[in-house]
Design a protein around this ligand. Sequence first.
Ligand code: F6P
Length: 525
Amino acid sequence: MDKLWTELAAAQQATPSLRALFAQNPDRFAEFSAGLDDLLLDYSKTGLTETTRALLLQLAEATEVAQKRDAMFAGEKINTTENRAVLHTALRNIANTPVYVDGADVMPEVNKTFDALFKFAQAVRAGEITAADGGAFSDVINIGIGGSDLGPAMVTGALAPYHDGPRVHFVSNVDGAHLADTIRPLDPARTLIIVASKTFTTIETMTNAHSARQWIVEALGEQAVARHFAAVSTALDKGAVFGILPERTFGFWDWVGGRYSIWSAIGLPVMLAIGPENFREFLTGAHEMDQHFRTAPFANNLPVLLALTGIWHRNICGHAARAVLPYDQRLARFPAYLQQLDMESNGKRVRKDGSAVTQATGPLVWGEPGTNGQHAFYQLLHQGTAVIPCEFLIAAQGHEPAMREHHNLLIANCLAQTRALMLGRTLEEAHGNPHRVFPGNRPSVTIAYNKLTPRTLGRLIALYEHRVFVEAAIWGINAFDQWGVELGKELATGLLPIVASGRPDQSADSSTAGLVLHLTKKDTA
Ligand code: F6P
């Protein structure tokens, strides 16, 4: 395997510029793109050549990506540090084939939970499950954080054209501003609150949930809690303590990671907004990508190819970041969603066996929708000293046919950016003005699809999930734990009484003690 890494590094040194690659091969686009129906992955504007692609495919083989993939789908406990299976794919297994964990088929329980969720969502949407006063709910607040927020928040935003249910709001931050600003315009009598937490212990979510409970109780009385709250958790008993009825408490399982939980009961706010049928379409899209990932030869396999561009840029070219740039305003939260998916999964420094990794692992993932970003940070992408590979996402059609001109502009801008990054502008082309020189040779991939439908979104998310999986498999790390978030949580718990009292003890370092004193001064304006 070391030999493959060495060969890749040597081949990279000999790789012609992107300008040259396109000049040499008029069929480069056709040869360096792949698709699944209308979903197209164009990676021709990366430096991959036939040679380096072949070497990367060998690397995927040598690191047993296919075997690891099959182990995941088969329900093996591949999350070894938590001794858990990884089966978010079972949640969208609309083919309903059996999926075994510890010898038991999980599908009957999955189907039962979806039946209950869809029934609940439909009844709320139809005004059959009502608020305490018998009227319909007009608004829903989802209280959750991380995977219990980013997935439903991103998907709800992305599928706005499909909304025909109650308005859905999201509160995640423990900063009281988030809850306060969300509830200010809302009527408690018309509001349903979902407390979404895999563990039902996350301090931010529990704090927000208790304050929201108080808001309902103050306005409507204690007895209204049962009518105005629902819960989503793997810890079903904990919802009852909060006063949430068992029939409004929806479970999922420890084999669903938080950042992979949008397909589970965590998707309830989405089901309320767009309805069960559209949610099923969303699951179908993801299932189609699962099938593609399982069966397509690696040379045409979208998640594998996207992962190989990631490995190429991170490990062979040494680029520490990647930008996700959706030319699709409704995907505004997609970069934030991918940040958790990718960085919480692959921000690791030891392999599964505990030994230190010798390759760089997950890059910094960030981004904003285009065209907005063009007028903000693209300057650095084009002329900064760091090379940041970019991932562009673009639909052939918007949901606003009457605004086709807008969409043509969007497409033209997206393609112009990929072309400008690739071609650059030489000193000669810049008439000798160094300030107007663009180095070019800056890589990008473009993911294009017909329209941002529930099905397309399902495919897109699953594409990125499996990309993260393949990269982790090549690095030999566990993409499914997140021990790196623990230390900060422990220290915050220890600091809370100190902040509350305003009196740091001897154990605090001078910076922390000084900041506590500064921030808790009674006269802080
Ligand atoms: O702190 C990280 C994390 O555990 C994420 O992995 C998770 O999505 C988030 O917190 C929220 O956790 P929970 O759903 O248990 O409240």
